[in-house]
Design a protein around this ligand. Structure first.
Ligand SMILES: Cc1cc2nc3c(=O)[nH]c(=O)nc-3n(C[C@H](O)[C@H](O)[C@H](O)COP(=O)(O)O)c2cc1C
Length: 380
């Protein structure tokens, strides 16, 4: 049994990632904004919910498949987009893309990826979505969408909770930049992360693969504040949907009125998300926003929930409260940082096994059977 297979849950993978990765890299994945209250609450909010399992109705082979924006997937989760995966391991986005394909689900590629739109497209036959930020240069926005369309990405995710970057204090403390600059602090931390350093020094350097070389950022914060457009609004979103011409997800919503505006604007799905607690601190946990948003939008739009999902029971709670699917980033990023592609695969395997086990324990044979009757507030 390999070391990574001994990791039994996502927290084990997190610890393995902390052991292998450079401190600035681990903190970039693990950290959140300000006092990290939202980061903590994203997971803690699941603890306030309890599962009312049903007896004498189980099967040991539950059907975990479902459909999202018309695509059949084998599990009710997809991979949330995440920037710059080469920083974590030289496999970069290739690792999670292959892990998603193996699990029969959708991989979402960040526009800040370190492997190109085209390479990820060629890597697997599995379904892929492309995540977009809004550059001031609309020519670049259009060019990225055209490339994603040509490469066969079937849906666009427009992330709108990052008009500027959140105040992630771990990053400047560690002196994080992309590509990393190496000073005394980095060398000191590097001595405690020899595998990461060897990987970093001997493999091709990190770059934002979808941007021209001269645009490569020194620090994400600096790059975002000079290049992205914080004034992008609902009218612009409508323009964007026209340019894309296919199904699109609005990612980063926590309010019912915004979800309703998304439907009116023409988005086919809404991702209830606060960017994993990395943007506005003290914003609510997505799982807490879900029931109100589902009640407001009815069946008019598909809902995806991300933030703090670490267990099969978390997936079930979200589905029970009305999500069509969930997604997550840190679980597979911890796996990637711990052991490259094999680590990302291990993370997804853990989630799939947990979901199947928990569906059997819950007393359901398929995803369709999971409804609000299975979930209640603690003590209710
Ligand atoms: C290291 C890292 C990088 C991220 N990069 C992006 C990104 O490029 N685009 C995006 O829409 N969201 C990005 N996110 C947010 C995730 O897509 C997702 O919303 C969030 O991480 C979900 O919370 P979880 O990590 O607790 O599962 C990133 C998250 C992390 C941890």
């Amino acid at each position: 049994m390999s070391k990574i297979d001994k990791c039994l849950n996502i927290e084990d993978l997190r610890i393995a990632a902390r052991r292998r990765a450079h401190k600035m890299v681990f903190d970039y994945i693990d950290g959140g904004a300000d006092d990290e209250k939202t980061l903590a609450q994203n997971s803690a909010a699941f603890d306030d919910l309890e599962l009312y399992y049903r007896v004498l109705s189980s099967t040991d082979t539950p059907d975990t498949s479902t459909t999202l924006l018309g695509t059949k997937i084998d599990v009710p989760f997809i991979l949330s987009p995440a920037a710059g995966n080469r920083l974590f391991h030289h496999d970069g986005e290739r690792g999670p893309a292959k892990a998603a394909d193996k699990a029969g689900t959708i991989y979402s590629l960040s526009s800040f990826s370190s492997v190109s739109i085209e390479e990820i497209s060629r890597l697997t036959k599995g379904p892929k979505w492309f995540q977009l930020y809004i550059w001031k240069d609309r020519g670049l926005v259009k060019e990225m969408m055209d490339r994603a369309k040509a490469a066969g990405y079937t849906a666009l995710i427009l992330t709108v909770d990052l008009p500027i970057t959140g105040n992630r204090e771990r990053d400047p403390r560690n002196g994080l930049s992309v590509p990393p600059t190496i000073g005394l602090k980095q060398i000191w931390h590097g001595l405690q992360a020899p595998y990461w350093c060897w990987d970093y020094l001997t493999k091709p350097e990190i770059r934002y693969a979808n941007l021209s070389d001269e645009l490569s950022a020194v620090s994400l914060q600096e790059y975002v504040s000079t290049q992205l457009d914080p004034s992008f609004n609902w009218d612009d979103a409508q323009w964007l949907l026209g340019e894309w011409g296919g199904p699109a997800v609005l990612k980063g919503v926590v309010r019912a009125d915004d979800a309703l505006k998304a439907v009116k604007t023409g988005f086919k799905a809404v991702a209830i998300s606060n960017h994993g607690g990395r943007q506005l601190d003290t914003s609510p946990a997505p799982i807490s926003c879900l029931p109100t948003i589902r009640d407001a939008v009815g069946d008019s739009v598909e809902l995806i929930v991300d933030g703090g999902i670490r267990r099969g029971t978390d997936i079930i709670k979200a589905l029970a409260l009305g999500a069509d699917a969930v997604s997550f980033a840190r679980p597979y990023l911890f796996g990637l940082a711990a052991a490259g592609e094999q680590g990302a695969i291990r993370a997804i395997d853990i989630m799939v096994e947990a979901l199947k086990r928990d569906m059997t324990l819950l007393g359901v044979k398929s995803i369709k059977e999971i409804d609000r009757s299975f979930v209640g507030k603690k003590g209710s």
